[in-house]
Design a binder for this molecule. Structure first.
Ligand code: NAP
Length: 333
């Protein structure tokens, strides 16, 4: 039909005869317009590598991908028994296969070894989920080079080089890379001890943005998942129950996130149904609202009680800040 937006773009695109908006030419063969709605979240026959998947969010992702039919490489560094449990859980679902691979994915060698083991066992890699990460707590005056490196090695450097290695073996089109950041990168107010963690997560968000364009040209999608507070050992570390309760209450859903709240979005991004989702940073946080005044008051009290090394800025007026960076007083919600 003349005059439609789609016709306009198709007209200005070179070689547009075999191409239509929203469905790249190679994918036209997979989905005719009548079968488009059958685009599936099944991962049957796919191979997924999930870094740091012996417990917490990574374990839930591995099980979710296995439940969708993928063969999953479960990665751990310390806890072999926990990794084996995840493998058994996936195998017992009877949909996808699984192996556990010990590899330190804070190193380039560890990351390469993990990919090599995946190819050796399953013959290929379709999906790379870069979940492993660390979150330490030090302010500017406390950080040293080793602390900085420990964050950037596992949160930034190794994921970048794993993405580089995977880019040459992922299917084109159809490959999937999913990075992990945190909703905190968009918070208006953060505590100073989050310096290295958030600097590293900010870096990974930018890497993801750039690679989405670079690898997107080959049909590999690159996205970032940014959870809010999720009840895992990483999140609980150093926080008294009173602070955990306070953060939970501030969520509209009145609880902390669970690993199973995060895994399904990864399952979706890994699937064919998400073929047109690229370069996105998806904040999965239950729409957490941080009431800065209450949080700071609670944290200050807690610091006195438990001698936590957290410096909390003084807040004169109560202000509502949403964790996605918008303010309730700005009219955005
Ligand atoms: N929890 C939250 O509130 C939250 C919020 C925002 C973003 N995130 C992000 O979500 C991701 C997962 O966080 P989580 O809370 O699930 O973490 P977690 O509870 O600390 O679990 C970490 C997992 O990574 C593995 N791991 C740690 N170091 C590793 C290494 N060098 N090589 C390979 N595996 C390693 C651990 O295996 P072992 O047990 O064998 O060491 C474990 O399976 C991280 O990127 C984190 O930044 C978490």
């Amino acid at each position: 039909m003349p005059g439609t937006v789609a016709n306009f773009f198709n007209a200005v695109r070179p070689n547009s005869s075999n191409n239509r908006l929203g469905v790249p030419s190679k994918m036209n063969k997979q989905f005719s317009s009548s079968s488009m709605f059958l685009a599936t979240t099944s991962l049957h026959g796919k191979v997924a590598v999930v870094t740091g998947s012996s417990r917490s969010i990574g374990a839930s992702i591995a099980k979710c991908l296995g439940d969708h039919g993928a063969n999953v490489v479960v990665n751990y560094v310390k806890d072999a028994a926990a990794a084996d449990e995840v493998v058994q859980a996936i195998r017992s679902q009877g949909k996808g296969g699984a192996i556990a691979v010990k590899a330190d994915t804070s190193t380039l060698e560890g990351g390469q070894f993990l990919l090599d083991e995946a190819v050796k066992t399953f013959g290929k890699v379709d999906i790379l989920v870069l979940n492993a990460g660390v979150m330490g707590s030090k302010t500017l005056s406390e950080i040293d080079e080793a602390f900085f490196d420990s964050h950037f090695d596992i949160n930034v450097k190794a994921p970048l080089f794993m993405a580089k290695a995977a880019a040459s073996i992922l299917p084109t089109p159809g490959g999937r890379i999913i990075f992990f950041s945190s909703s905190l990168t968009a918070a208006s107010t953060v505590t100073p001890n989050a310096l290295c963690y958030l600097a590293s997560k900010g870096a990974i968000e930018q890497i993801s943005r750039v690679l989405a364009k670079d690898l997107g040209s080959r049909g590999i999608t690159v996205n970032t998942v940014s959870p809010g507070p999720v009840d895992t050992p990483m999140f609980r570390e150093g926080k008294p129950q009173s602070v955990l309760d306070s953060i939970a209450k501030q969520n509209p859903l009145r609880r902390l996130g669970e690993p199973d709240d995060i895994a399904p979005i990864v399952g979706f991004l890994a699937s064919q149904a998400a073929q047109w989702v690229n370069g996105q940073n998806i904040r999965v946080n239950g729409r957490l609202r941080v009431i800065v005044f209450q949080y700071c008051a609670m944290a200050t009290k807690t610091r006195i009680q438990s001698n936590l090394r957290v410096q909390v800025p003084k807040v004169e007026q109560p202000e509502e800040i949403w964790w996605d960076g918008t303010s309730s007083t700005s009219g955005e919600s």
